[in-house]
Design a protein around this ligand. Sequence first.
Ligand code: ZN
Length: 389
Amino acid sequence: MELEAWHLLVIPLFFALGWLAARVDIRHVMQESRAVPRSYFKGLNYLLNEQPDQAIEAFLEVARLDPDTLELHFALGALFRRRGELDRAIRIHQSLVDRADLAQDQRMNALYGLGVDFLKAGLLDRAEEVFQRLETGVHALDALRNLQEIQVLTKDWQKAIVTAQRLEKLGCLSQNANTAHYHCELAASAMLRGETDAARAHLDQATRVNRRSARACLLLGDLEAQAGALDAAIAAWRRIEDINPAFLPIAAERLVQAYDRMGRHEQAVRLLQGYLEQRPSPDLLHLLFQTVAARQGWDAARELAAGELKRNPSLRALDDYLQASNALRPEAMEGRVESRLAQDLVHRQVSQIAYYQCGDCGFKARQFFWQCPACARWESISPERLEHE
Ligand SMILES: [Zn+2]
């Protein structure tokens, strides 16, 4: 091929066009990078050097200089809440809510974030007000759950009942078990005020929403006992046998006291023996031991404890056995310091290791709670004291 003169002109032209295209790209990139505030790169640098506090300050500067960086505002709000800096999280979410140019879904997101901040900060009335504004829309379900949490914390049971109904309407799992507890709480308060009719009405409602509510049965028995109707009280407490036998240790103490008041001690002993034949229970066994000791004497009580020690050796059975032995022969024990010491030691150990425990979070308590004080679940605490090492 012959090289013509015009070819010599085309080659530099291609070079010039390539150089121009490259320059245009570089200029564009430079413009873009100048649009990003320097603080942004500073923030990134701090993050890469694992200096989160300085990084946050740099990003805050970006957010201040450029109010359009919405995602950055949301990210900072969530970050402050996670770090426990709730006043800063509240300020960021509040400033987002106050902005006039925000789209509806972003305003909802900001409002929900603000509600969670208030809840975590313990500003319950303000959190409740915010979540009530979110009862429709994408955050409706979470807002209702938080509202329920607040109403339970503030013991506003009537409102909690309404919220539970709304949750069910939105497709949440059945709220019947919780709702029965709310009615039981209202009944217990009415009983304290001496409002018998109101208490009975709340217990009726508790049983209507949860036919297997052991607590409603126990409270109904308490109500009858308060009015002196001991037969009716015993009938209510004994319904636990069918409804939920796990709660028998709680019901049995009341039953024994009622039989005692009626002078029907033997019936109390037979009832407890019957329960123990159905299910092993250290609490029921200890109650039987105390009842036998009070009504039939220490000989019978010691025999009972000795039998249990052979079948299921435990510190609690040993404690009962030593207590009966001491009561039977106090003069023999007086001279033997070591026997007394051993008994005291066992008794102290038993009182230290027997607890009610939450099956959900492991919280331990000497006293029985219907709602776990640690994880707030209802009926998650076993109604039987267990021995823990
Ligand atoms: Zn718990």
